[in-house]
Design a protein around this ligand. Structure first.
Ligand code: COA
Length: 407
């Protein structure tokens, strides 16, 4: 597969044709997509002298424990209807990832259309996120709401700044300002509210879609707050809409069980069942993740357990999608892994140590804390002796990753 960088002047028409064929947009003027394609890391591939494949990424960061990892976010992959099932999607995505890895990305993530496809490129499922829908007037908050400021798409710079200042947990993602700007332009009916400090800086805010619908639902696209008092103030603001708005939906904020804040959640769930305003909680894993640089990832791993070592034989099938001359060919191979305060990965094998065999997707899930080693040995591609699994279970104890930037 040949590929090249996207050039707006030359490629825009063909790229919007394939975007239209996949049902994502029929609007060549879409601010959201144009910003994203032009300022993102977009590559295209031609078939029959026309662009039929496109993959785009942005480089952001992911919090891992207290460290920050360079994060490649695959934000779009699309193939024209005349070019499907030729292997183009797998190849162009692999190429995009290889280029990001060569530019120093340590980890990579994406939202997936179906489980299975990106697993072939070395990805493993992220953890479940809860999507909760509730009637805002049932929020059990007594605090009187302060008057917020209205936020519009023109405020994208201060909104982005405030997003970067938000409380971040293990697994949280920061993307670039172009992502905030383009996401804010994605839906015509989006809007926001925030609170400022005495100097006028945004301290916490909320960005929603659903404006113009008389009774909602409103969808909370994101929250940004620096402490829980600010988070509760944003919930109190949502409650203040409750005389009119019948439903608000959101991905639960990290570490917060929103049901705790609701009165009579089962009663409202029962009476709203199967309605337009159904109160419910739905859990699913909508993102996938993989390690791109084993040595750098392990170097940033700090564990409080007693130091121990094991061999890791890791398979990485992304290599099958890359051209022979690709300078990055995945990270499959043999490593000696040391876990402890100063963890590391070194190429090689030590015959005196126990060995784990795993796909890079399964090992990435273990490293990030999606599931423990025993669980992955049952449902994913990871094998080790019961003794090593037990040791890993007691050593790798992470909080649930808080992947909180939808893309
Ligand atoms: C998804 C999409 C990019 C795939 O494009 P494509 O060029 O046909 O994909 P490829 O040819 O590289 O791969 C297709 C292969 O993957 C396989 N595959 C597809 N979904 C799979 C899954 N969930 N699990 C395992 N394999 C899967 C197919 O069966 C096919 O295998 P085959 O060639 O042996 O029949 C394309 O359908 C598309 O553009 N869809 C609309 C946009 C979209 O959803 N993009 C992805 C956003 S995350």
């Amino acid at each position: 597969m040949n590929y090249r960088k996207y050039e707006s002047k030359k490629d825009k028409k063909a790229v919007f044709r394939i975007l239209n064929e996949c049902g994502w947009t029929d609007d060549e003027k879409s601010k959201y997509l144009n910003i994203h394609l032009e300022q993102g890391r977009t590559i295209v591939s031609e078939m029959n002298y026309s662009v039929e494949a496109m993959a785009v990424s942005v480089i952001g960061e992911m919090k891992y424990q207290e460290e920050m990892m360079k994060f490649s976010a695959i934000t779009g992959v699309v193939i024209g209807l005349i070019a499907r099932k030729q292997g183009l999607a797998g190849q162009i995505t692999a190429q995009r990832i290889a280029l990001d890895a060569l530019d120093g990305a340590e980890v990579c993530g994406l939202s997936y259309f179906e489980q299975g496809f990106y697993n072939n490129l070395g990805f493993g499922n992220g953890n479940y996120n809860n999507q909760i829908s509730f009637c805002p007037s049932t929020l059990n908050l007594t605090k009187k709401v302060r008057i917020p400021v209205r936020l519009t798409k023109k405020d994208w710079e201060k909104i982005h700044k405030n997003r970067l200042q938000r409380m971040m947990y293990h697994g949280a993602i920061n993307l670039t300002d172009i992502c905030t700007k383009s996401e804010m332009n994605e839906a015509k009916n989006s809007f926001g509210f925030g609170y400022t400090d005495e100097e006028g800086n945004l301290t916490h805010h909320i960005w929603l879609t659903g404006k113009g619908k008389e009774n909602g639902p409103f969808w909370v696209w994101w929250f940004a707050y620096q402490n829980y008092e600010q988070m509760l103030e944003l919930f109190a603001l949502l409650k203040s809409f409750g005389d009119q708005i019948k439903l608000v939906s959101m991905v639960e904020p990290y570490n917060i069980q929103v049901q705790d804040l609701l009165s009579k959640p089962f009663f409202y769930r029962g009476i709203s069942e199967k309605s337009k305003y159904e109160n419910k909680i739905k859990a699913s894993s909508w993102w996938q993740f993989r390690i791109l640089d084993m040595e750098k990832c392990l170097k940033k791993t700090h564990l409080s357990c007693e130091e121990f070592k094991f061999n890791l034989e890791v398979t990485d099938t992304i290599k099958d999608f890359l051209s022979k001359d690709s300078q990055w060919k995945g990270i499959g191979g043999k490593y000696v892994i040391t876990l402890g305060e100063n963890s590391k990965a070194e190429k090689g094998m030590d015959n005196s140590l126990p060995t784990m065999k795993a796909s890079i997707g399964a090992f990435s899930r273990l490293w990030l804390g999606i599931r423990n080693a025993t669980s992955l040995s049952v449902t994913d591609d990871l094998k080790a002796t019961p003794k090593l699994l037990k040791k890993l279970d007691s050593c790798l104890r992470f909080p649930k990753p808080g992947y909180d930037w939808d893309f």
